[in-house]
Design a protein around this ligand. Structure first.
Ligand code: AMP
Ligand code: ZN
Length: 487
């Protein structure tokens, strides 16, 4: 079967044909490093981690580039506010990004270029665009001449006459077309700047990605990704610059992830409704974030709600409980495991279905749902009675563990120690459901006392009261009780 990818340029799922057989050149626009990133910013990194791993699993050799924008107005503003050099800000937030990335357990990118390290490439590219008569210079400022680039608008399908001008910003009268955008701008006092043929200055935003793509991956790449907000103007302008410079098609497949919303609105720093990835991972867990994102297709919008978080916790609880059961079964049966052909056949069926789902524009939602089905099939094997666990159960457990590890590596999920994460999920539930531990513990103690006094009626009454509070009494749990996980 063949890989299909939804191309934002054609609005169609297209068969994936790499530029070079067996290889994939992949570029994803990365963050502007002036603050902690919010969870929405990580949807791209989490999605493309799966995309990359899946393509590699299919035998492709993937080169994945994810940049850091370390030259930008927002960085300069932040540095001025704090009275430090911009590099102090960028170093700090690159470091914090790397820490988030490490905690998320995503696979390292092959390259994380920084704009500041590619000034020579940027300047050379602007020079070439001018030489190709697609850009012009006015007072030390270089503009891209969109009227000279016939294909302008081919990604966003915007017609030039439909573009609105000057609603919020005053039109720069020096421009030949009001939509001409900046490739290079002159230095202002107190801002970082670099020498160029047009005087001291710094690059416009869009040119950086075009230049880093060219320097690292070449003039044409297979897949270019980013959030939907980048489609216009950022990616439209990247195409214009790169194709005006190289006279080659820039990227064959444009892949855009939809937004993460908070309530009805896009999660965004300017709206002030963000949860940083760091806070999320501290309050909840990296595993919850990854599961939550991958349980929806990357092209659907997703709202973060308490209900969704509770469902995710319940699902992870179920999956990790099965992993824990499989591990203890493998440990507790001494003889070698015997293959359970029926169960192995089921896992192979899920493999086929998962391949179909991921080949169909990386449908991670279906991947997750088949993992869940595999868990259901595993639980249905009848492990409940510890004494009856046998060599076939051991064989099935080994097959299940190997199977889930494979998809876990692909999605950066299911790699945690089950006991550690199960108790963490339990703690999170206690907080989320605002369960009063002291009250629960005193009821549990009262119930033990009632039982010791053979006051069964009172013991039952307390059990019912705890149930009402969403608490389940649990043999073998360290506390003796846990929060009920809804299915
Ligand atoms: P920025 O640092 O604003 O350039 O954003 C970095 C990346 O995060 C870009 O690919 C954006 O498209 C993406 N992004 C920003 N906000 C969200 C959101 N709420 N949901 C999903 N992606 C987002
Ligand atoms: Zn970019």
């Amino acid at each position: 079967m063949t890989q299909f990818i939804y191309n934002s340029m054609t609005h169609k799922k297209e068969k994936f044909v790499p530029l070079e057989q067996g290889k994939v050149k992949l570029y994803l626009c990365g963050p502007t490093v002036y603050d902690y990133l919010h969870i929405g910013n990580f949807r791209g990194a989490i999605t493309f981690n799966l995309i990359r791993n899946w393509l590699e699993f299919q035998g492709y050799q993937v080169t994945f580039v994810y940049n850091y924008t370390d030259v930008d107005d927002k960085i300069i503003k932040r540095a001025n506010e704090e009275g430090v050099e911009t590099s102090v800000i960028t170093e700090k937030y690159i470091h914090e990004f790397e820490e988030d990335f490490r905690r998320l357990g995503l696979k390292k990118h092959d390259y994380n270029p920084r704009v500041s390290e590619h000034m020579g490439d940027i300047i050379a590219m602007v020079e070439k665009i001018i030489a190709n008569d697609k850009a012009y210079v006015i007072d030390g400022e270089v503009f891209f001449a969109i009227d000279k680039f016939e294909d302008y608008g081919k990604l966003s399908h915007k017609k030039l006459d439909q573009l609105e001008v000057g609603q919020r910003v005053e039109v720069d009268k020096r421009k030949k077309n009001p939509h001409d955008f900046v490739l290079w701008k002159p230095a202002k006092a107190g801002e970082p700047s670099w020498d160029s043929p047009w005087g001291k200055g710094r690059p416009g935003w869009h040119i950086e990605c075009s230049a880093m793509v060219k320097a690292i991956l070449g003039e044409s790449i297979d897949i270019h990704g980013g959030g939907v907000d980048l489609l216009f103007p950022h990616h439209e302008n990247e195409i214009a610059q790169s194709e005006a410079c190289n006279c080659q098609k820039y990227a064959n497949y444009w892949v855009h992830n939809e937004f993460i919303n908070f309530g009805a609105e896009k999660m965004s720093k300017s709206l002030g409704n963000v949860i940083t990835a760091r806070n999320f991972m501290e309050k909840y867990d990296a595993e919850i974030l990854k599961y939550l994102f991958l349980s929806a297709h990357y092209r659907t919008q997703m709202s973060i709600t308490d209900d969704k978080l509770l469902q995710t916790i319940s699902a992870l609880n179920r999956i990790y409980s099965a992993i824990a059961l499989a591990q203890t079964t493998v440990e507790s049966v001494e003889q070698a495991g015997v293959t359970d052909n029926n169960f192995v056949k089921k896992l192979e069926d899920y493999d086929v279905k998962i391949k179909k789902a991921l080949d169909d524009d990386f449908n991670s939602a279906e991947l997750i749902s088949y993992v869940f089905e595999a868990v259901r099939s595993f639980n249905a094997l009848g492990f409940a009675n510890k004494k009856k666990r046998n060599v076939t159960h051991k064989g099935a457990s080994e097959a299940f563990l190997a199977w889930i590890k494979k998809y876990g590596q692909m999605s950066a999920l299911f790699n945690a120690d089950p006991n550690v994460i199960l108790s963490r999920l339990d703690e999170i539930l206690i907080d989320m459901k605002k369960i009063d531990r002291k009250q629960v513990e005193s009821l549990v103690a009262l119930r033990s006392k009632a039982r010791a006094e053979k006051n069964w009626q009172e013991a039952d009454r307390i059990r019912a009261e705890l149930e009402e509070m969403g608490v389940e009494l649990f043999d073998g749990h360290q506390r003796g009780w846990k929060v009920k996980v809804s299915e």
